[in-house]
Design a protein around this ligand. Structure first.
Ligand SMILES: *Cc1c(COP(=O)(O)O)cnc(C)c1O
Length: 381
C-alpha cells in the first residue's frame, strides 16, 4: 500500500510518515534556531526566516493535524486560549457571535470581554432547551456560531451537522471546539463545520506536559489569512520544542483515546444509579439524552470525560474530590492519568456549574484501580 493511502491511525503513529531527508531519522528533529541564514542572492533556503513566523517541527505537526481533521490547513498556537483569541481577532465591532451557555469557561470569559470592550454582540443559547439554538442563530445577523460537543462540563451533545446547516443558512460560519472529541473519533469538518479548534494541551498531546492550541480550516479563505496575520503579530505561535513534543504525543493518540473511552464506559456503567450519586453525565451511557447523536458523530468511542452529580452538599462533593488516592485532584483533561475536580471552584465565583458536580477525566490506568478509588472516595460521605 502506498504511504499516502494508509489509514489516519498509521499516519499519526508514523508522525505523518516522517523520514528525515538528510539522515533517514524516523523522528523529526527540533530546530531551536531563532534565525535562518540566507543564500548569496539573499533568497531563503527553505521557507524559514525567523522563529516567530515558523519552524520545521511546527510545519510537520500542522501537516499531521490538517490530515487528521481532513482540513486544508492547520495553525498551532502556544495555548488553546491563544488560538481562541487569534480567531477572535477576525471578529469586527457589531458582529453577532452565538455560543452555548455552558462551554469552556475561559473561552466564554473572553467572549464576554469582547462584548464589553470590542462591540461584539454575544448571544448565548441554553443548550438544554429545544429550539434555543435556532432562535439564537436566526434572531439576528449571525456571523459566527461557536459550539463545543459534548459541552464541558455537563456533556450535553450538540448535533454538529445540524448546527452547520443552521449556521450556513444564516450566512454564518460554524466553529467547533472538539477538544474532548479528537479526530480519532469525531470529524467536525466532515460534518459541515468550517473551522475546528482544539486545546492540544488535552487529548492531542495526552501527557499533561505541554500547552498548545490548534485551528484547522476547511478552506484557506480571507478569514484564515487574518488568523495567520494575527498569529504572526501577536507572537503566539507554538515554539519548536513544544511542536516536537506534540508530534510525539499524537503518535499514540488513537490507542490512548481508545483505552480512555473503554475505561470511561466501564466506570460510567458501574457508577450509574450509585446510591451516593444523583446522576452520571456521560454521552456513552445508553440512557444519556444525547447518546444517539453522540454515537453518530463520535464514531470510535465517547472519550474519557464525564461528570458525577453527587447526592449531597457542595462541601460533601468537595470531600469526595479530596478523598481520592489514585485519581489526582487536579484540573485539565485528556492526559493518560485520571483527574477529578470540583469544577465550580476551578471556574470561580461566576461559575454556573452545579455545586454538586465533579468532573472526571478518565485516563488509561487499570480500570479496577480507578473504580476502587472512586468507590472508597464516595464512601467518605
Ligand atoms: C482546556 C480547554 C480550552 C483552553 O485551552 P488551553 O490549552 O488551556 O489554553 C478550550 N476548550 C476546552 C474544551 C478545553 O478543555
Amino acid at each position: 500500500m502506498s504511504k499516502n493511502r494508509t489509514q489516519l491511525e498509521t499516519f499519526a503513529v508514523q508522525a505523518g510518515h516522517y523520514v528525515d531527508p538528510a539522515t533517514g531519522a524516523v523522528v523529526p528533529p527540533v530546530q531551536p534556531s531563532t534565525t535562518y541564514a540566507r543564500n548569496e542572492d539573499y533568497s531563503l533556503r527553505l521557507d524559514y526566516s525567523y522563529s516567530r513566523a515558523g519552524n520545521p517541527a511546527l510545519d510537520q505537526a500542522e501537516k499531521i493535524l490538517a490530515e487528521l481533521e481532513g482540513g486544508q490547513s492547520a495553525k498551532l498556537f502556544n495555548s488553546g486560549m491563544s488560538a481562541v483569541t487569534a480567531f477572535a481577532e477576525t471578529l469586527r465591532s457589531g458582529d453577532r457571535l452565538v455560543a452555548p451557555e455552558i462551554m469552556y469557561h475561559g473561552a466564554q470569559t473572553w467572549f464576554y470581554y469582547l462584548q464589553e470592550h470590542r462591540g461584539i454582540e454575544l448571544v448565548l443559547f441554553d443548550q438544554t432547551q429545544e429550539g434555543a439554538l435556532e432562535e439564537a442563530v436566526r434572531g439576528g445577523d449571525t456571523k459566527v456560531l461557536w459550539i463545543e460537543s459534548p459541552v464541558n462540563p455537563t456533556w450535553e451533545v450538540i448535533d454538529i451537522e445540524y448546527a452547520a446547516k443552521l449556521a450556513h443558512e444564516a450566512g454564518a460560519i460554524l466553529v467547533c471546539d472538539s477538544t474532548v472529541a479528537p479526530p480519532c473519533t469525531c470529524k467536525p469538518l466532515e460534518l459541515g463545520a468550517d473551522i475546528v479548534f482544539h486545546s492540544a494541551t488535552k487529548y492531542l498531546n495526552g501527557h499533561s506536559d505541554l500547552t498548545a492550541g490548534v485551528l484547522v480550516t476547511r478552506s484557506e479563505d480571507d478569514r484564515w489569512d487574518q488568523i495567520e496575520f494575527a498569529r504572526l503579530h501577536l507572537g503566539n505561535l507554538l515554539p519548536a520544542f513544544e511542536a516536537w513534543l506534540l508530534i510525539r504525543g499524537m503518535r499514540t493518540l488513537f490507542v490512548r483515546f481508545e483505552r480512555a473511552s473503554a475505561n470511561a464506559l466501564v466506570i460510567a456503567e458501574h457508577f450509574n444509579n450509585h446510591s451516593k450519586l444523583e446522576a452520571v453525565l456521560y454521552p456513552g451511557l445508553a440512557d444519556h439524552p444525547g447518546h444517539d447523536i453522540a454515537g453518530k458523530q463520535m464514531t470510535k468511542g465517547f472519550g474519557g470525560m464525564m461528570s458525577f452529580l453527587v447526592k449531597g452538599s457542595e462541601e460533601q462533593t468537595q470531600k469526595v474530590a479530596r478523598s481520592v488516592r489514585v485519581f489526582h485532584a487536579a484540573t485539565s483533561l485528556g492526559g493518560v492519568e485520571s483527574l477529578i475536580e470540583h469544577r465550580k471552584v476551578v471556574e470561580g465565583p461566576h461559575s454556573v456549574v452545579p455545586g454538586n458536580l465533579l468532573r472526571l477525566s478518565i485516563g488509561i490506568e487499570a480500570v479496577g484501580d480507578l473504580i476502587a478509588d472512586l468507590d472508597q472516595a464516595l464512601g467518605q460521605i
